[in-house]
Design a protein around this ligand. Structure first.
Ligand code: HSX
Length: 215
């Protein structure tokens, strides 16, 4: 598994707005959409490509690149927090199929940071994919990775060619958990935050991404 840390200034500029408690709902959602688009382009830069030749209107051959898998993408939208992120990803992959999973954690205060949380999945619809398809699972936050492990369990059964996670903030703990069980999955994330608090929130994090996007 490779972890792609997207820490170039534009990513961090948008992330800083998202972290800021003063950022309102509209700006938060817009920031997520922008990050989704940028993360999508970064993912596209790490897909297989062929070197091809085309003929220009000048009747001359030019060497070029074709990314074959741009049209073989299936994005999983982990409701509801991932919705604006997916909106951005779809700008990078306009031909993508889209699955949705409604997942929610049972959150409660404990005496120490949880390592596992109960996750309820109330709805799931994943389109048919072929063995040539690439699955991108979009969830802006990976804390204990309890949610992502459930979704990886379902998506890996479909045997896509490759599974990629598109996230904004992942905890160190969550990444390690995913890496141990799914060594072939790639994670694209803008930040790796060090801590999880007693309620299972990433620290410093950005709060509850679903609440901040949708109220
Ligand atoms: C939030 O909790 C996020 O959007 C994820 O779906 C989930 C992450 O928490 P965890 O399952 O990694 O602890 O609603």
């Amino acid at each position: 598994m490779a972890v792609f840390l997207l820490d170039k200034p534009l990513f961090l500029h948008i992330l800083t707005q998202l972290r800021d408690i003063k950022t309102d709902q509209i700006m938060f959602r817009k920031g997520m959409v922008r990050l989704g688009r940028l993360i999508g382009y970064e993912i596209a830069n790490h897909l297989d490509f062929d070197i091809v030749k085309v003929v220009t209107p000048l009747g001359v051959e030019a060497k070029g690149v074709v990314i074959k898998d741009l049209d073989n993408i299936m994005i999983v939208n982990v409701l509801r927090a991932a919705t604006p992120l997916v909106e951005g990803l779809l700008k990078a992959f306009p031909a993508a199929k889209q699955g949705v999973v409604a997942a929610s954690r049972r959150e409660m205060e404990s005496s120490s940071p949880p390592t596992e949380m109960e996750v309820e999945i109330t709805y799931m619809k994943i389109p048919k994919i072929s063995k040539n398809d690439i699955a991108i699972i979009a969830d802006p936050m990976i804390a204990t990775a309890s949610t992502m492990m459930r979704i990886l369990g379902m998506v890996s059964q479909l045997q896509p060619k490759r599974i990629i996670i598109a996230s904004v903030i992942a905890s160190e703990y969550g990444i390690t958990k995913i890496r141990n069980k799914y060594p072939d999955v790639d994670i694209f994330t803008v930040s790796i935050d060090p801590e999880i608090n007693n309620r299972g929130y990433i620290v410093p994090g950005l709060g509850d991404a679903g609440d901040r996007s949708f109220g």
